[in-house]
Design a protein around this ligand. Structure first.
Ligand SMILES: Cc1ncc(COP(=O)(O)O)c(C=O)c1O
Length: 386
């Protein structure tokens, strides 16, 4: 039996399912917005959590050597990267980690570059820390996005201090090649820019693609920081835990001091158990999930091709997020999504990821095949009605 089967998440305190509930005409609505999965985590993780709950004590935590060895081994096995134990710092969430890095390592009012369209919460993560968002827009050709390094260099010349990279890139589904990343690292090194790589989607890799971690460049430039988490891969976002990898001593010292001052240490007791299990026993589950997501992507692709070839689907290399250009309908993303919701189905509005993305919507494919097909039937009805 496929492990990626339909799971009813309504009325389970799910942000994804609760946030649109009031806009939906019927109780059996479907949501493909927020980036978490609508099927169970790996059975090994569920069993480990059950056993930990059975233990019954949930007091203060302290990480043991095992934890670090397991994270190091995952980096080695999955990304062919040797990271040192003392480079690893834990954080409650990737967003917390990014916020700490921004506030702890850049000067007040610094300009920080992001490559739009990009994960919407990068904007407030920078702005809420009093820093300035600088957009280095990705270039798009035939549904394939690349970085505009000439424009990026202009921002570096103008004094930007940090580049916040999304790799793999949410929402455009890119996995950057070694050559593309090498160019970015060379530019950051030339201008002394801190390079932060949000690699939360690193394990979600489609067939014929290979994720390249920015950590591959640590020997050339150590002002690089990686942030990763098991939360997307294993559907553990609600447990809240992430890892920061910081090879530069000075950066690490500053981040640790920043976190100590705010009592940000001692991870969630269940998260520790989940990470250890995910990173030791679940490689096969991750590979099977990638195949499942790719099959869902093919179902979506064939539906869109048949329904209206003018709707453009971006090629998916990594993540479980499909980026769809609906601009042939000449409607703004929010209006189109509101229209879809009248037919009991919600996607994520493209404008959230960059002001120039109005007309796009993002669709989360981490659900069962049956749920996706139900959702596409509702989408068809909504599009028929336009
Ligand atoms: C690129 C990226 N970074 C960070 C996050 C949020 O991670 P966390 O829940 O660990 O803060 C997401 C969630 O969608 C994401 O796509």
């Amino acid at each position: 039996m496929t492990p990626f089967k339909t799971l009813n998440r309504r009325n389970s305190n799910s942000a994804k399912w609760e946030s649109v509930k009031d806009k939906m005409p019927a109780n059996d609505y479907l949501v493909f917005s927020v980036a978490d999965s609508d099927y169970e985590t790996a059975p090994e993780i569920k069993a480990a959590l059950k056993a930990r709950v059975e233990h019954g004590a949930f007091g203060y935590t302290m990480l043991d050597d095992d934890y670090y060895q397991i994270v190091q081994s995952w980096y080695q096995r999955r990304y062919q990267l040797n990271i040192k134990k003392n480079w690893i710092i834990t954080a409650p969430k990737v967003l917390t980690a990014l916020s700490i890095i921004i506030d702890g390592l850049s000067s007040k009012k610094a300009a920080i570059v992001i490559q739009t369209p990009v994960y919407n919460v990068f904007f407030p993560a920078i702005k809420q820390n009093g820093r300035k968002v600088v957009e280095n827009k990705l270039t798009q050709k035939n549904g394939h996005y690349t970085m505009d390094t000439e424009d990026l260099e202009k921002h570096f010349k103008a004094g930007a201090e940090m580049l916040l990279l999304c790799s793999p890139h949410n929402p455009v589904g890119r996995i950057y090649t070694t050559d593309e990343l090498a160019r970015i690292v060379a530019l950051c090194k030339q201008y002394g820019v801190t390079l932060v790589s949000d690699e939360i989607h690193a394990d979600l890799v489609m067939p014929n693609h290979q994720f390249v971690s920015l950590g591959k460049f640590f020997n050339d430039y150590d002002n690089i920081i990686l942030v990763s988490a098991p939360s997307k891969t294993f559907n553990l976002a609600g447990l809240q835990s992430a890892n920061i990898v910081v090879p530069n001593n000075e950066n690490r010292k500053k981040l640790k001091a920043y976190m100590r001052k705010r009592f940000l240490y001692a991870p969630n007791v269940l998260a520790i158990e989940a990470i250890k299990t995910a990173y030791t026993l679940c490689d096969d589950w991750v590979d099977a999930q990638n195949m499942h997501i790719y099959q869902n992507y093919q179902i979506l692709q064939s539906f869109l091709n048949q329904y209206n070839p003018a709707i453009t689907l971006t090629s998916l290399e990594g993540t479980y997020l499909a980026w769809i250009d609906f601009s042939c309908y000449q409607m703004k993303s929010d209006a189109l999504n509101d229209h879809f919701m009248k037919f009991n189905v919600a996607l994520a509005s493209g404008i959230n990821y960059g002001l120039h993305c109005d007309g796009y919507l993002r669709m989360n494919l981490a659900c069962s095949k049956a749920q996706l097909e139900d959702g596409l039937r509702s989408l068809k009805k909504a599009l028929d009605a336009l």
